[in-house]
Design a protein around this ligand. Sequence first.
Ligand code: FAE
Length: 535
Amino acid sequence: MTSETSSSNDYKQVSRRGLLAGTGSILAVAALGGRAGASTAVHVPALVIGTGYGGAVAALRLAQAGVDVRMVEMGMSWDAPGPDGKIFASTVKPDYRSFWLRTRTKQPINNFLGFPLDKDVPRYTGILDAEEFGGITVYQGRGVGGGSLVNGGMAVTPRRERFAAVLPSVNADEMYDRYFPRANAGLGVNHVDVAWWETADCYQFARVGRKHAQRSGFAFVFVPNVYDFDYMKREAAGAVPRSALAGEVIYGNNHGKKTLRQTYLAQALATGKVTISPLHKVTSVAPAAGGGYTVVMDRLDTGGGVMESVTMTADKVFFAAGSVGTSKLLTKLKATGALPGLNDEIGKGWGDNGNVMCGRANHMWDPTGKVQAAMPTAGIDNWDAGGAFAEVAPLPTGIETYASLYLSITRNPNRAAFSWNAATGKVDLDWQTAWKQPSIDAAKSIFDKINAKEGTIYRTDLFGSYKIWGDHLTYHPLGGAVLNKATDNYGRLHGHPGLYVIDGALIPGNTSVNPFVTITALAERNIEKIIATDL
Ligand code: FAE
């Protein structure tokens, strides 16, 4: 085992340039991970595990409060182009960059007109993890920026009247007066110009979605996004390189999207107080002899091999590895005795945000368009009556499919738990595929009605052969270290002062809408309190 020396502060410079100016290199990063023969472990005041929404908020606010922060991220830095000159792979041509350590792709939509779409790819620390548990595949972003690298950018603040059901112990007035506005500003949320949207070819699919929703009496609502809609207009005009209009989304956007790298993380690095170590996967956190915590991590190569073990110590450790990452770590650390003070709520309260997908086959007079912007702008809101909010999703194949695709977020009461499996040395999740039935029922409250009205049918070719529902997956893992249960009401883990959870693991399974704005706003609320009282 080696320890990292403070000379790796050099990396701060490489990393900041890399993120802000798009230069820098993964090689430079990898070389600075740890050094054989070094003796003193690096000690940092604050260590943040993961660089997604919760981690980015924590790092920025801590740095602004004068605290030096080390962020460690298991994924790559994503600032060097591949052989095609692009950083990220195309959605229709996944390659080695697309998936996290798989030898075959596992595309969310894996069939089309009877043809399986998955293909072999070289094993690589790619951007999208399709993490398989017994009853569900959980899709997550891997790399500096976490889920912001791969998501659809839909930046939805939950309706005020629904918030109490989402986070009952949180003061909703404070959230809606202060933290949701702060999160929206920090994330660079913007709205599509509806006059442009009404005529843009790339939103033909969404206008068809609106027509069908409204003819069946459903509320059709526009949804903000973090994709820069001015950039998209210029894409449509042929003035700039295409990204959303080239279908880019789940394997990364080469242009146009304001990920955390352009917002919170750029600001955090600009303070000069934040250092990011990519390809570092945390495996253990335990109390250190002299106070604070010892954090052990594997430094990975791009094939997923462990190059060395790196140890750091920190006064405060923020778990921001995402709902699954944080829950897996805490479940293991509690079960193995590394963090014996954690309570029995660890690993519990996990949900899939009620995600379920489906497609509808439209008539020939309702084409959805060859070119579809990969960023959704709208949804069908039937939450109060039927328990579903359905995002009108693009199917950016480059050909006319006459298909309407939807990702529904539904009120699904089922909650799973993580547990430590000593025999395999892994953490299991007890979610069962059958638990999606309430989600299917909720989605049917919308689409059965639309199909009846339009005289259309469900597509059965997108998620397998003769299979209507995409009920095997989620994009929105939430919970596992729930606020006010596994932690106090601000994310402080019980039993171990100085350990915090600050990501989607805090949210009990469902947000009623796409989750990242809520995760960001809650992180803003919690870090403000922690800085005021714990530092
Ligand atoms: P997250 O962003 O996942 O960040 C966690 C980070 O920790 C990741 O970078 C991990 O690689 C890293 N990590 C994990 N374990 C370790 C470890 N042991 N050591 C070091 N690093 C580690 O967490 N949400 C929306 O609101 N709107 C959308 O339109 C939307 N679309 C989506 C589309 C797709 C395809 C996917 C996959 C997700 C989508 N989401 C969307 C969900 C959203 O991205 C997700 O809720 C947030 O990213 C979760 O934020 P966290 O901060 O919890």
